[in-house]
Design a protein around this ligand. Structure first.
Ligand SMILES: [Mg+2]
Ligand SMILES: [Zn+2]
Length: 229
């Protein structure tokens, strides 16, 4: 962790960290959460649906500054598919909110994007899971849409689909725009260090962002917290 960084990093000792965190630390200054929420998602604190929202590129699959333009370029990050399936098997719904400005830029078309997502769903199914809703922003940065992260439109689409409140839900991403979108609607921002995550962390994180190595570590943490309860 960088000196002075406000966020905390969870490693293999996630379960122990979670306990220490919920017991002793008042490290969160957002009025939306009590300190227990730092390590325990809202979904586990009440009758709320267990819904986890993920960014795609850099979280589920390897990202590229040259965009992911084909199914062949869509390469899962090790452990990510299994992580989604394990969460599903524990009753979690996993949804995806992804900026795909490569559509607006003409690098690939909607059919190709759909093929990538069919492939993703197939991989999750092979591990015994079932991926939930995938929403994407097809727009470029200058189109003035309301769905391109850092705006929260995609998260709101997911909330509307599942008829849930966003506040307290975890949104896992690797970019500053993911963190901003989460904060805009009261989601718990979670940064993974895969994809652009290390770059994002190096720019300095706002207070209250949770940091994990990758999606597998996020899933392990959630399942450990759940097993504790
Ligand atoms: Mg990303
Ligand atoms: Zn958009």
């Amino acid at each position: 962790m960088l000196g002075g960084a406000p966020s905390r990093r969870y490693g293999p000792q996630a379960r122990r960290s979670a306990r220490a965190s919920s017991r002793g630390r008042a490290s969160h200054n957002s009025p939306t959460f009590d300190r227990n929420t730092v390590s325990t998602p809202a979904a586990l604190q009440g009758p709320t649906m267990k819904l986890l929202i993920l960014d795609r590129d850099g979280v589920i699959n390897e990202d590229s500054d040259a965009y992911i333009k084909s199914v062949a370029e869509w390469i899962p990050i090790p452990g990510s598919i299994e992580a989604i399936a394990r969460l599903n098997q524990a009753g979690w719904t996993v949804a995806v909110a992804t900026n795909q400005s490569g559509l607006a830029r003409g690098y690939y078309d909607e059919a190709t994007l759909e093929a990538m997502h069919t492939h993703l769903r197939q991989l999750v199914a092979e591990q015994g899971g079932e991926l939930g809703l995938i929403v994407h922003c097809p727009h470029g940065p200058d189109e003035g849409c309301d769905c391109r992260k850092p705006l929260p439109g995609l998260l709101q689409q997911i909330a509307a689909h599942y008829r849930v409140e966003l506040a307290g839900l975890w949104f896992v991403g690797d970019s500053p725009g993911d963190i901003a979108a989460a904060r805009a609607v009261g989601c718990q921002p979670v940064l993974v260090l895969s994809g652009k995550g290390e770059r994002t962390q190096a720019t300095g994180l706002p207070q209250g962002v949770l940091v994990f190595d990758d999606l597998a570590a996020v899933a392990a943490h959630l399942l450990a917290v759940e097993a504790d309860r």
